[in-house]
Each structure stands twice: as C-alpha cells, then as structure tokens.
Design a protein around this ligand. Structure first.
Ligand code: ZN
Length: 137
C-alpha cells in the first residue's frame, strides 16, 4: 500500500473526524447542533443558522447520482492509469451532496438518478478514501 501516489488530504482539526471515520469504514457528515441540518463539506459555522455548535452524524452511505462527468485526461499521472473514469456528485439519502469517484461501473453506463452505495478504499496505511458503486434499489 506504500506505493499510493494519488490525492492526499491536508487534514485539519475541522475535518479530522471525517477522515478518522473513513479509516473505520464509516461515512459521516456534520450536523448542526442548533437547527440539526446536515452539511458537507465540513465548515466552522452552519450555513443555515450560523451556529458554531456541531456534531458528526454517521450516514447510510446510500444515495443517487446527482450529476457526473467522465474523466478522460486525468489531472495527474497517478490517475491516468484509471482513465476514463466517472466522477459524480452523489446526493446522499440524508440530503447532502458529496463529490465521489464511481467504481465498479462502465463509465458509459452511469446515469443521473442511479442508486449508489459507498465503498471504502484503504489506499495507504494511514489513509482511507470513499468511493461509490452501483446499488440495487
Ligand atoms: Zn444550523
């Protein structure tokens, strides 16, 4: 696993709980402790009520493709080996939309509204990423 040369996040105290959860193979999003709305990406303040009071909520990992594109020319050589590959925004069943790589699907078969579910990729000893794959509904 030490040969991983792809994306590495700059983990901060703000988003560390998100990355920690991925290492446990759990997907979490922030939940405002005042208005209880969910959000992604992590932010210091709730974009709805501006509360700084936040907790983390585990979500189902199920959702639908909200929009997508197919990458033919990868941004770095580390990803070119996988091209063409689909990138999407997945709308979670709980509401937030998360950017995601889609796996286990032919890029030409991806459709808006397609049901998907999270899978976890342990790409390095200290890094787990999430992906989404087609799911039965
Ligand atoms: Zn709020």
């Amino acid at each position: 696993m030490s040969t991983y040369a792809g994306f590495r996040p700059d983990i901060t105290p703000l988003d560390a709980p998100f990355w920690d959860a991925l290492r446990r193979h759990e997907l979490v999003v922030q939940q405002c402790a005042s208005c209880e709305r969910l959000r992604f990406v992590p932010t210091e303040l709730c974009p709805h009520c501006y509360s700084a009071s936040t907790r983390w909520k585990r979500v189902s990992g199920r959702g639908r493709v909200y929009t997508f594109t197919v990458v033919h020319r990868a941004p770095t050589p580390a990803y070119q080996v996988d091209a063409p590959y689909p990138l999407a925004y997945v709308e979670l069943d709980e509401g937030p939309r998360v950017p995601a790589r889609l796996v286990d699907v032919d890029p030409g078969a991806v459709e808006v509204g397609m049901p998907v579910e999270v899978v976890y990729a342990d790409v390095a000893d200290d890094l787990t990423l999430y992906r989404f794959r087609p799911a039965a509904r």
